[in-house]
Design a protein. Structure first.
Length: 254
C-alpha cells in the first residue's frame, strides 16, 4: 500500500522537524522528493539520509515560500528536471512567540507571510502543474491551535491565526480543485517533539501541563505525523478532500 513510485513530491521546510520526516517517509514510499528550505545546507543533510536509506531520487532547492518569484523559480526547476509535480507538502512555517499586546505589525506580517501566504503561493503554482495530469495531492500542515477546538496558545496569536487560515484555505481549494483531480487536505498536529517546540522557549512546567491533557501521556513523534502524510499523498486517499486530520494523541477527545 501507499506506493508513490513515479510520483514527484515537493516538501517545503524540509530541513528539520516534521518536514524532514515527511520527506524521508515519502522517499521510502517510492516518491522522487524535492527538498526545499530557507537553509539549503540543512536540506542537503536530509538528502544524505535519503540517499543512504531510500531507493529514491532527491534534489534540493533553497526556497523562501513567502516570495512568489522564488516559488515560481523552484517549481520551474522541478518541471525542467522531472517534467511533472504530483504532490505538495506545505510544511514550511515559523513560530516566534510574542504576547498579543507587544506584537508588532511587522512580526504579524512575517508570520502570516510564511505560514499562510507561503502555503497559498505554493499550492496555487503546484496546482497549475498538477492539473496537466488530472492528478494531484496538496497536503497543508496546520496545527491543533487553529480555532474552533478550544486550544489557544498564549503568545501565539499570529501563529494560530495563520494556522486557522490554512484550514479555511484548504477547504476552499479542495472545492475548486476537485474537478481537476487534485485533492487538498490539512494535517493539524498536536504536541509533536520538534525543534520548533524547543525553540518556543516553553517552560518545562508549561510543557508538562500540555502533556498531562493528552490521553496518551506523551508528545508525538514527527514520524507519527508523516505516516498520515504518506497516506494522503497516495492513491488510497482518493475519496478524501477538504478534510482536516488532527494528530494529537487524543488531546481533543479528552
Amino acid at each position: 500500500m501507499h506506493t508513490l513510485k513515479n510520483k514527484v513530491a515537493l516538501i517545503t521546510g524540509a530541513g528539520q522537524g516534521m518536514g524532514k520526516t515527511h520527506a524521508i517517509a515519502l522517499a521510502k514510499a517510492g516518491a522522487t522528493v524535492v527538498l526545499t528550505d530557507i537553509d539549503l545546507e540543512e536540506c542537503r543533510l536530509v538528502q544524505q539520509i535519503i540517499n543512504a536509506e531510500c531507493d529514491s531520487e532527491s534534489t534540493c532547492f533553497r526556497l523562501d515560500v513567502s516570495q512568489k518569484h522564488e516559488v515560481d523559480e523552484v517549481i520551474d526547476g522541478i518541471i525542467a528536471q522531472y517534467g511533472r509535480l504530483d504532490i505538495l507538502v506545505n510544511n514550511a512555517g515559523i513560530y516566534e512567540p510574542r504576547p498579543a499586546l507587544e506584537l508588532s505589525e511587522q512580526e504579524w506580517d512575517r508570520t502570516l507571510a510564511i505560514n499562510l501566504t507561503g502555503q497559498f503561493l505554493c499550492a496555487q503554482r503546484a496546482a497549475t502543474e498538477m492539473l496537466k495530469n488530472s492528478w494531484g495531492r496538496i497536503i497543508n500542515i496546520s496545527s491543533i491551535a487553529s480555532g474552533q477546538v478550544g486550544v489557544g496558545i498564549s503568545g501565539g496569536v499570529h501563529y494560530t491565526a495563520s494556522k486557522g487560515g490554512v484550514i479555511a484555505m484548504t477547504e476552499t481549494l479542495a472545492v475548486e480543485l476537485a474537478p481537476y483531480g487534485i485533492l487538498v487536505n490539512a494535517v493539524a498536529p498536536g504536541a509533536i517533539n520538534t525543534p520548533m517546540v524547543h525553540a518556543s522557549e516553553m517552560s518545562p512546567e508549561a510543557l508538562s501541563g500540555i502533556v498531562s491533557k493528552i490521553p496518551l501521556k506523551r508528545m508525538g513523534n514527527p514520524e507519527e505525523v508523516s505516516s498520515l502524510v504518506v497516506f494522503l499523498a497516495s492513491d488510497e486517499s482518493s475519496y478524501i478532500t477538504g478534510a482536516t486530520f488532527h494528530v494529537d494523541g487524543g488531546w481533543l477527545a479528552a
